[in-house]
Write a protein that binds this ligand. Structure first.
Ligand code: NAG
Ligand code: NAG
Length: 370
């Protein structure tokens, strides 16, 4: 009798755990395609467009070459590497071009694998400063590359490399001022083994955090978070927003401007796994590149280059109030695609009535509302 009761309890727990896990993997999710107008793949985009940063005039810098297992094999086989591409909202039909990076002894261009990007806009001369995360191929290092954009030659010059703790996996970055930024550590990774990653992901161990780099060193400014990914600042820089992918939530922190310490003021559950966060040019909302069906994304990232392994894409618009808080009841989905136009969305930008959507390892899509 007692034995049966225990068996029943164990069985119930296993069923509960399995259903919960399948729900977390989005196995039962149903969604339908909707576009904000006419959406097309952008010419010249390759190997993903994981993150983007843009100027008021609508010049968008896009990172490519984030290494997933399938992409890495392809990049090595074809001798290609991560690029920073330029898209112009004022001339969308021209597509994207790879920006030439001037030779620098401190940057080995054959190894670049770019990830998060942020921009310090130079409103007078157009010589914007870019900070780009780089996980160089075959190396155990986590780097931030600082570039200057030259508007006349449309080239980038490499100014310096900032090396961060290589036991972290840095993901997204937002600049506060020159050489000061917030950066998400997706997970502390004392081991880069696949087995370690699998265990951490299976048991949802919170090994991530948000860091602040003050010009010389970086310190954690939040308690441990589960897979913090996108990070953005409010227009007045008083609030910091963090999308924690596997928590399916956005955290809102108030920033003390003299000490750069943060206090949590809001946590919004979205029910969808968010990737990069960007502030709209109007400063009235956040744009979130999201992952609607997680198990398909996992498969996509392992076998990204196969057309049988597509993963749906979604972009959310998360409005902000004058108090810097998220207006939860007004969150809308701007775009949903089952994965055939764009697979595995990770980031989005808007400019007037246009929308640009990037992906971890697939296409870049431009939408024009009619
Ligand atoms: C750059 O990286 C490539 C590939 O690992 C290597 O063969 C080459 O020697 C490196 N170049 C320099 C200047 O370190
Ligand atoms: C940055 O932080 C470190 C460690 O807390 C500190 O020693 C250093 O003085 C700070 N630098 C600046 C420019 O504030």
């Amino acid at each position: 009798m007692f034995r049966n009761a225990i068996l029943a309890a164990v069985f119930a727990y296993l069923v509960y755990g399995t259903v919960k896990y399948l729900m977390f993997m989005d196995v039962f999710k149903v969604s339908f395609k909707h576009y904000p107008g006419t959406c097309k793949k952008v010419k010249g985009a390759r190997y993903g467009s994981e993150d983007m940063a843009w100027t008021r005039e609508g010049l968008v810098f896009v990172t490519t070459g984030l290494s997933t297992p399938a992409v890495e094999k392809h990049l090595l086989a074809t001798g290609t590497h991560g690029e920073i591409q330029l898209f112009d909202f004022q001339n969308p039909t021209s597509g994207v071009v790879n920006l030439k990076i001037e030779h620098s002894k401190d940057l080995n261009l054959t190894k670049t694998r770019f990830h998060g990007i942020t921009l310090q806009e130079d409103k007078t001369k157009g010589e914007h400063i870019l900070y780009v995360l780089n996980h160089p191929s075959g190396e155990d290092s986590e780097l931030i590359e600082k570039f200057k954009f030259s508007p006349s030659t449309r080239q980038l010059s490499h100014l310096k490399t900032i090396e961060l703790d290589n036991s972290f996996f840095f993901n997204n970055i937002v600049a506060l001022s020159e050489d000061q930024f917030f950066i998400t550590n997706f997970a502390y990774m004392p081991s880069k083994s696949v087995f370690f990653h699998a265990l951490v992901n299976l048991f949802h161990v919170s090994l991530g955090s948000l860091h602040f780099y003050n010009g010389t060193s970086s310190t954690a400014v939040t308690p441990r978070l589960l897979t913090p990914n996108g990070v953005a600042l409010s227009p007045d820089q008083r609030h910091v927003y963090v999308a924690a992918t596997m928590e399916q939530s956005v955290y809102v922190y108030y920033r003390d401007s003299s000490t750069n310490t943060l206090s949590l003021v809001q946590k919004v559950y979205l029910g969808i796994k968010g990737d990069n966060l960007n502030l709209t040019p109007e400063g009235d909302a956040l744009l979130l590149g999201a992952i609607p069906v997680f198990y398909k994304m996992v498969i996509h990232l392992m076998w990204a280059l196969s057309p049988d392994c597509i993963s749906p894409s979604s972009v959310l618009r998360i409005p902000l109030g004058a108090d810097g808080l998220v207006q939860e009841s007004d969150i809308t989905e701007l775009f949903y695609d089952p994965g055939d136009l764009i697979s595995g969305s990770s980031t989005a930008a808007t400019y007037k009535d246009q929308l640009l959507i990037g992906s971890v390892a697939n296409s870049l899509v431009h939408c024009q509302s009619s």
